[in-house]
Design a protein. Structure first.
Length: 104
């Protein structure tokens, strides 16, 4: 990044920043096109989420529906969404370009 005369090469820095931005945009587009499935309660509740974190579907097995215990059903939905979200985060961590000096 330093020029031949010991000066700072701003053009090289800008080119590197632009390349990193393009890599980030590409990784984000790839993530948005992928899907993950989160489950809870032995697949009683299944959710589908895009790699960008958008919840796209919720499937509830009729066996999970107990009118006297709707709290458990709510807990299963939360757990399934959390499972899918964890998968999205892992996917994003693997897809994003690594930047030297940053902890992720």
């Amino acid at each position: 990044m330093f020029g031949t005369e010991g000066g700072f090469d701003m053009n090289a820095l800008l080119a590197q920043a632009q390349a990193m931005q393009e890599q980030m945009q590409s990784a984000q587009s790839e993530l948005a096109a992928r899907t993950v499935t989160g489950t809870a309660g032995g697949d009683l509740v299944t959710v589908t989420m895009t790699g960008a974190g958008e919840l796209t579907a919720v499937r509830i097995d009729p066996k999970a529906v107990d009118p006297d215990d709707v709290e458990t059903l709510g807990d299963l939905v939360v757990l399934a969404v959390r499972d899918a979200n964890n998968q999205v985060q892992a996917l994003a961590a693997a897809a994003m370009p690594q930047i030297p000096g940053l902890p992720f």
